[in-house]
Design a protein around this ligand. Structure first.
Ligand SMILES: Cc1cc2nc3c(=O)[nH]c(=O)nc-3n(C[C@H](O)[C@H](O)[C@H](O)COP(=O)(O)O)c2cc1C
Length: 220
């Protein structure tokens, strides 16, 4: 009995230290200031369960809708909300595996490390920023710097989604290879019914998995 519980303890601590499994993919999960932001918690959790390392990057407005602490806990990694997070953590050179638990990755490091940049929910604002190549906060800068596939799951009021400005921005991004999932039709938090709801979280996670697997097939 005592030996069993000792073994169980050893197993648990071994799991805590060895955080990065071979073959693990890195997903940068961007969260923006939509009422659907709370759904990113389930998405982060699903991606972790799917075996990926997840780094959440939030816009300032997103932090009004869901706490970085929630996403930090579910993703098991520090959450980036500002370029100035990097001030306290900057350190030159290689980072030891054991130090990674407390390491807040710089935005370029995250951009390089990502196998997929998934932004869910994606506001009209971030879609406009990405289409114009703006880089005023870490999430937008990562989108510019990464060469990983980008998947956006928009959520917004239907009139915003169907505005010519948004349509133009979406078309521009699609032409650059950015993929979209949703939005879907339904009752919106703003009281309207129409096209603008965040796509089902399970399907977003499934689509992310497909894009990650597709890279392996292309490389193989
Ligand atoms: C309660 C509330 C809900 C909102 N929901 C959305 C939304 O679902 N989609 C959207 O595009 N904007 C929404 N907005 C407006 C965005 O928060 C606003 O455009 C903000 O500037 C987005 O910033 P970000 O893209 O940097 O996070 C909402 C605002 C409030 C106050």
């Amino acid at each position: 009995m005592a030996t069993n519980s000792k073994r169980a303890r050893e197993k648990t601590s071994a799991r805590k230290v060895v955080r990065i499994r071979p073959g693990t993919k890195s997903v940068v999960l961007g969260v923006t200031g939509s009422i659907a932001a709370y759904k990113s918690a389930e998405l982060a959790s699903l991606l972790v369960k799917q075996g990926h390392e997840v780094f959440v990057v939030m816009t300032q407005d997103a932090t009004e809708f869901i706490s970085p602490l929630t996403l930090q806990t579910l993703s098991k990694n520090p959450v980036t909300t500002s370029f100035f997070d990097e001030k306290e953590n900057w350190r030159p050179g290689h980072i030891e595996l054991a130090d990674r638990a407390n390491w807040r990755h710089g935005h370029i490091e995250l951009a390089d490390r990502a196998n997929l940049l998934l932004i869910a929910p994606a506001t009209a604002h971030i879609i406009a920023e990405l289409s114009h190549g703006l880089a005023a906060h870490p999430l937008a800068a990562i989108a510019l710097a990464t060469r990983a596939p980008i998947l956006l799951a928009p959520a917004m009021n239907g009139k915003m989604w169907q505005h010519p400005a948004t349509i133009e921005n979406v078309e521009k991004l699609k032409a650059r290879g950015v993929e979209f999932i949703g939005p879907e039709e339904g009752m919106l938090a703003c009281g309207y019914e129409g096209l603008g709801r965040l796509w089902k979280v399970d399907d977003i996670a499934f689509r992310a998995e497909f894009l990650l697997a597709r890279q392996d097939n292309l490389i193989a």
